[in-house]
Design a protein around this ligand. Structure first.
Ligand SMILES: [Zn+2]
Length: 225
């Protein structure tokens, strides 16, 4: 009787709590599935737990790795230009000058002296009476010469194949071998270059790189390129 009563009680209990029981069974089933999935997942992707430490590893690696990786790169790019870490910027080689003839190697410009169109490998700077040619950049005077076409000419070597040439000077005041600072006076500008004598008092200014004439505007901070 007792047992029967118990059985009935159990039956009644199950009947009464069937939803809870089903829910518990379901939860257990889901929990079991999750456990299996985690275990299997853990086995398949064994390093999965490592992602947690990975951020630490990454941040640990990054500062030394990045600085080591980036800085040598910077050093590498700097190394070839160690002598000239800063870009070379010329000053206008005649104070208060006016450009009366621009650099023109790809086109022809009229030459009042030669009465013909020709290329112009430099810039002509016109200055006031007594205006002085100035070293566009620091360097060493390598040539002080005279010839009828170009007049008195001063050449300054700035290193790395870069040379500035100052033509049509009245009387150079520097000598070969002299080291000059940027802005050093080279001599009064004039009309000694007979090939440009009709252009009046001016400095004919040229720039060459590794022996090739190049555009002075590549180095001057003024004007159009
Ligand atoms: Zn000229």
């Amino acid at each position: 009787m007792k047992g029967k009563g118990n059985a009935q009680k159990v039956k009644a209990f199950f009947k009464k709590n069937i939803y809870y029981i089903v829910m518990i069974v379901c939860i257990l089933a889901i929990a079991a599935m999750i456990t299996v999935a985690v275990v299997l997942g853990g086995e398949e992707t064994a390093p999965t737990p490592t992602p947690t430490p990975t951020p630490g590893d990454v941040t640990d690696q990054n500062p030394p790795d990045d600085s080591d990786a980036v800085n040598p790169g910077d050093d590498d790019t700097n190394t070839p230009v160690d002598g000239t870490p800063e870009p070379i910027v010329f000053i206008v080689p005649v104070e208060g000058a006016t450009v009366i003839k621009d650099y023109a190697m790809d086109s022809l410009v009229w030459s009042a002296t030669l009465k013909q169109y020709s290329v112009h490998p430099g810039i002509d700077f016109q200055g006031a009476e007594g205006a002085v040619a100035l070293a566009a950049y620091e360097g060493v005077v390598t040539e002080v010469t005279y010839d009828q076409l170009n007049g008195n000419v001063v050449k300054i070597d700035h290193g790395d194949g870069l040379v500035t040439i100052y033509s049509s000077l009245e009387e150079p005041v520097v000598t070969e071998g002299q080291t000059v600072e940027q802005g050093a006076e080279l001599g009064v500008i004039g009309t000694t270059a007979t090939k440009e004598m009709s252009d009046g008092n001016h400095l004919h200014f040229e720039v060459s790189l590794n022996g090739e004439i190049c555009n002075p505007y590549d180095y001057l901070s003024i004007g159009d390129k």
